[in-house]
Design a protein around this ligand. Sequence first.
Ligand code: SF4
Ligand code: SF4
Length: 431
Amino acid sequence: MWYQRPSPSLTGCGAGPVRGGAGGGETETLGGALSLGEGVWRRFGLSRTIFPVKAPGLSAHADEISHCARCPKLCRHTCPVADAEGRETVTPWALMSALYMRDKGLDALSGPDSALVYHCSDCRACQGACTFHNDVPGALHAYRALAFERGDAPEGAVKMADELRDRGTLGTGGPEVIRRAVPEARRRPNARELIWMDCMTSTHFPDIAGDLETILEALDLREVGFYMGEVACCGLPLYQAGDHRGLRAHIEAVLSRIGWLRRVYVTSPECAHFMREVYPAFGFEVGVRIRPFLDLVHAHLDALPRRPASSKRYAFHQPCAVARGLGRSKEMLEVISRAIGGAPREPFLHGPRTSCSGGGGGLAAILPEVAGRVTRRCLDALALEAGETLITACSAGRHRFEEEGVEREGGIATVDWISLVAACLSEDASS
Ligand code: SF4
Ligand code: SF4
């Protein structure tokens, strides 16, 4: 289905009729049919997503499930959840093999055992390590939908889906918070390019709205507005819970508000990947170009001032969704390096091999204890040195680090890459 522009509202995002299209006239991916490594995408000069998402049903994953069942667990070392839990039952191989056995009529993943497919943080580390780039999290999501329909989903998943369906957002963020943070002059009812501030950011780090505004002003992006519609979540938590029925209705509601736009720049890399990949996988034709906010800033890289090296010391955690989902670790590093006048320290596992913060997959809401262990292991791997500030590029991960890091000696200082870019631009303007 296609979407057309609704009548302008205060926010420029009021619900409207659905039909028609508003693409930016760009071609950018080869769609969901190909799964190519980053180098291949680059060689052919294509804008790429490393791991396209398949159709939502289990049948789309039949070959992958079969490959995994015959595999000697070659991705075993990559799974943060299996590592944190210290058990083989939740390795990518074991979960995919259970799906295989179920397909062969054996009793696997029935009743309460269905909840095993929720032991995944969507980090895609297994997919990155796999020769076939098997979409393990995609297959697990497909089975979550069956478990959810049967009433076998864990309590945390059901609660998360209920909250989102009731309120259109999660947490305490959302349209009111964004409206308060965005200056009057930036409320552009007719803007066709909008910033989509995700729920985690508006809930836990609402000041980032001011940093976004600083960047737009400094880069002279006057025509870009902010999305302030009532449906303030992309729907990812419904997908994570397995509520596909609720998700379809939610995507309709989102696209009726933004489908007529030219571009939407999403602050969360996980939400950007989800909207770009999962919306079409569910059969929605998405005319609006969904981009991570990083793309907008990176396109203006030359406009960012060349700063002298910062006297502060920084370490950087590359989010899974930036490095593996969107395939933009290089771009992210280029922007951060420009903002702080040099490259931040990166841990041993970085770039496409980055470690998982525990912020993805709905893990923190569904299995908080497991998410806590994943985060603590990630913090151990980051091995922050005294006086170092941790740069993050995903509010879900940053929130996890702050929650778990508070117990550590000296606590943990974090900063989002958007705030660093804003600071760099404002310092330049005042010097
Ligand atoms: S995802 Fe790939 S490496 Fe991992 S178990 Fe399956 S086939 Fe093996
Ligand atoms: S996506 Fe990450 S958490 Fe999920 S099975 Fe693969 S490695 Fe484990």
